[in-house]
Structures are given as C-alpha cells and as structure tokens.
Write a protein that binds this ligand. Structure first.
Ligand SMILES: [Zn+2]
Length: 279
C-alpha cells in the first residue's frame, strides 16, 4: 500500500513454530490456547513477516526472517519452513542487490537469520550484498557477548558476516535514517530492540518487531517469555499503543499469521481491536 510517498509491501520469509508457553510468557495455557491452537508438541505456528519500504529511490527492508542456514535438528525443533524472502522480493521486481538498507529490529535468529546464507559451495554470504544493516549498538553488544539465558537466541553465522563485510551500521538510540524513516530504540525484548516508524504528511506506520509480535499480544500482560526486560517492555508497549490508537498509525506485526497489518481501535471496554488492511 501507499502511505504518502512510501510504498509499503508486506513480505513473508515463511513460517516456524515456537513453544506456546514461551511465546505467551506468564499467560496460562488455558487462556492462550484459545487464541493460537498448539500442535502435539505444544508449539504454535508463527509467520516471519518482513516489510519492504520504497521511497525517494531508496529501498529498505525491515527484518529478514529466519533464512535457510539452520541444521536439520534445529529446523525440526522449530518446524522451520522458510527462506522465501529473496523470491518474494523478486516477485515485486527487486533483486537482493538492490536493497539499500536492512533494519534489524534485533539480532535473534528469527529476525536476522535471513541476512546471510550459504551458497551452493557452502560459502557464507550476506544476502543483501549492497545493504547497510542498521542495528542498535546495545543489541549488537548483547548479541555478541550473550549470557546463559539469552545465548540460544543468537548465531554467529547470522551476524558476524555483516561486520566483517563492513555492512553493519550501529545506531545509538532513536535515529532518522532517511527523511521520515525512524529507527526507535525500545529495549524490552532485548536491550537494544528497535522498531521502525514511518512519518509522512501527518500519517505514521509502525513495525513493532518483537515488542508486540501478534495481535494476540495486544493486551498489556500478554508478552513473551523470551523478553529479557519485561517491565521496560510493558512501559514501551503502553505508551506506543496509546499513541498508535490516538494518531491512527498503520501497525504491522512480525509474527502474526492472520492479520499482520491494520489500524487499532478501542472497544467500549477499552479492549484493543485491529481493523485489518492488506499490504
Ligand atoms: Zn521473533
């Protein structure tokens, strides 16, 4: 869809499955299983949504999905069926070489995995060879010196080639990377988690990353067990959702399967509802 001078396309690298308990944190299964039905291994299917933004001759990708590099065992644990992002770009007439910027909401493998791939001869390459990859410095630092709790979320082969290929640009907090294209550091999910906010002609669009991964995570207490800083996340979520409703932002959810984008409204009881739109 068109938002002012921005052309926005929703892309999908594929699907994978997360443990339902981990995906809903402290919410009891008796509640979340009514929203997302688990499989026999208690996993829920999530999309790996990415966004393509075009404006002023520049091409920006928001997140890259999980990609194709994962060994068989890991693919099985997460039921990964992904790696569609390059084809999805080509279907819209864009070659991976034409991407100018890749904004990574954070460096967890389900968002940064598609940024690199193995060639047919098993060489590790960046998928978007001309792109600068924009990452918050705090996220890079956390990802490259993880602790015992968060280490399982990062893989060196996802992120090290960005640095060694000089395709990495570290941001220190909120940054307007192109006119009207903001990377806003939220923290919460990880220390340097960022969202992308577009601002044009009094209208805005927001790509929430893992701050609010699906419409089922709109209620304030519904957040992921993977969140490293849950109280920070709660504060950011409360503030951003209020603003999104008040200013009628177009909102986009990274892991939502049914209604990845739309506008938020409050019902009579104050509950948030999404009015879906197609991107
Ligand atoms: Zn994620």
């Amino acid at each position: 869809m068109q938002l002012g001078r921005f052309q926005i396309d929703l892309l999908n690298d594929g699907v994978m499955r997360f443990d339902g308990g981990a995906f809903f944190g402290v919410v009891p299964k008796a509640l979340w299983e009514r929203l997302m039905a688990p499989d026999e291994r208690n996993r829920v299917t999530v999309n790996l949504n990415c966004a393509l933004i075009r404006a002023g001759g520049k091409t920006i990708l928001v997140d890259t999905g999980v990609g194709t590099k994962h060994p068989e065992k890991r693919r099985g644990i997460f039921a990964m069926a992904a790696g569609n992002l390059p084809d999805q770009l080509r279907q819209r007439g864009i070659e991976p070489e034409e991407i100018d910027y890749v904004v990574l909401s954070h460096l967890h493998f389900d968002h940064a995995g598609g940024a690199t791939h193995y060639t047919g001869t098993k060489e590790l390459r960046t998928t978007f060879p001309r792109a600068q990859h924009l990452v918050q410095r705090a996220d890079w630092e956390e990802a490259t010196s993880p602790n015992e709790r968060n280490a399982a979320g990062y893989f060196e082969e996802d992120i090290e080639p960005l640095r060694s290929n000089r395709q990495l640009e570290l941001l220190d907090g909120d940054t307007e990377v192109l006119p009207g294209v903001w990377c806003r550091r939220t923290g919460g999910h990880t220390a340097g988690h960022q969202i992308v906010v577009l601002e044009v002609d009094g209208r805005s669009a927001c790509f929430f990353g893992d701050l609010i991964p699906t419409v089922h995570h709109l209620p304030l207490p519904y957040s992921q067990g993977y969140d490293l800083y849950p109280i920070e996340l709660l504060d950011q979520k409360r503030r951003l959702l209020d603003q999104a409703v008040r200013e009628q932002w177009l909102v986009v959810f990274d892991h939502e399967t049914e209604h990845p984008a739309g506008y938020l409204e409050r019902s009579g009881q104050g509950r948030l509802q999404l009015r879906p739109v197609d991107l």
